[in-house]
Design a protein around this ligand. Sequence first.
Ligand SMILES: Cc1cc2nc3c(=O)[nH]c(=O)nc-3n(C[C@H](O)[C@H](O)[C@H](O)COP(=O)(O)OP(=O)(O)OC[C@H]3O[C@@H](n4cnc5c(N)ncnc54)[C@H](O)[C@@H]3O)c2cc1C
Length: 377
Amino acid sequence: MTTPLRVLVHGGGIGGLTLAVALARSGHTVEVVELRDELDALGVGIIQPSNALHVMREIGVLDACTAAGYPWEVLTICDPTGATLAKIPQPQLDGAPSANGIPRPELARILAEAVTAAGVPIRFGTTISDLSDDGSGVDVTLSDGSSARWDLVVGFDGIGSPLRTLLHGDRFTPEYTGFANWRVTVPRLPEVQGVVISVGRSSTKALLTPITEDSMYLAAVTAEEPGFRADPATAHEQLRERLAAFGGPVAQALAGVTGPEGIVYSRISQITVDEPWHVGRVVLAGDAAHASTPNLAQGAAMAVEDALVLARSLDAEDEVAAALTAWEDRRRPRAMFVQNLSRALLKEETGGATTPEEDELLKIGMPGAAHVLVKPY
Ligand SMILES: Cc1cc2nc3c(=O)[nH]c(=O)nc-3n(C[C@H](O)[C@H](O)[C@H](O)COP(=O)(O)OP(=O)(O)OC[C@H]3O[C@@H](n4cnc5c(N)ncnc54)[C@H](O)[C@@H]3O)c2cc1C
């Protein structure tokens, strides 16, 4: 693209902020619209695998991420007693660290600072009310009553994407998997120096992820009825019941969870938009287009890869339509690999029935996936 574009990013999450920085660094005019009043990310952590860290390096925030987080190299698999079954070194992409655990609020802060440093405004407490694409631009009205014309609108507005609904109605809606995730931040145990996954005898799985020198998060994946919600008053007791069969470091971590404060309960859902991810000059990316179950810890990694590749495709092509097609041709196979294998792993870990296609993917498994995803995106 020889002429800088005017791009509106709908959603100031991990993917949207990454896109804003990448586009601004290429000279485009960008604005971010975020529904929340501030970037108050969930108070738990997130794993940044090497491919996500490579993107962080490309937008200039890798050192800030590793300084605020806990870089690590080896994934450990344990039985429910905490006895080690396997140690799996994580590969590196092009010299980036193998992985980094980081508190989500820290990642949001780092990305927001990079957005501000790049001169991109974030409009908080605002959303798109209406848009009209005439083929050469998109006229957008925001909820604050303002309106402007943009060359491109990108929906990085999450799994529940209101922009997706605006484009497609209710044709694509998140599918609940029957499983939920409980997360809570606790003091780091000295022996937890990388992610530790404990696989139970039932369908329950527990994870420990270091996110700073002093803290780690305990996560549990449990089967839950669609209508179930964690009780805000007794969530710690509910979590304890579900992890009662675990010993070792999981039990030690759990002993520190004495109240419901800080427990984040999330239903695990997924969605695929199996039509083109753009309609004219309006694009869906990240979770809005392809949210996966978190079994490979690659959802946000896919979102930031989407963001960087989109910015580069816009730089490389002369026309917006060609750039969007080239972007999706590159992104869809990788995002679908993550989604399909993540779902197969969830089924395998929880005793669900797998399809022949999923059995093929499971031959690659989690260790093999790390080597697939460490190839340039
Ligand atoms: C339990 C769990 C654990 C996970 N762990 C990992 C992990 O370890 N590693 C990893 O890579 N991924 C992980 N993921 C996945 C990861 O969180 C998501 O894939 C990632 O956040 C997607 O980024 P995104 O930018 O597409 O969407 P989001 O990060 O969800 O951001 C969407 C943004 O859009 C905003 N928004 C929503 N509606 C509107 C609106 N109407 N107007 C304006 N703004 C709006 C939201 O407020 C939000 O800021 C996990 C997911 C779950 C559920």
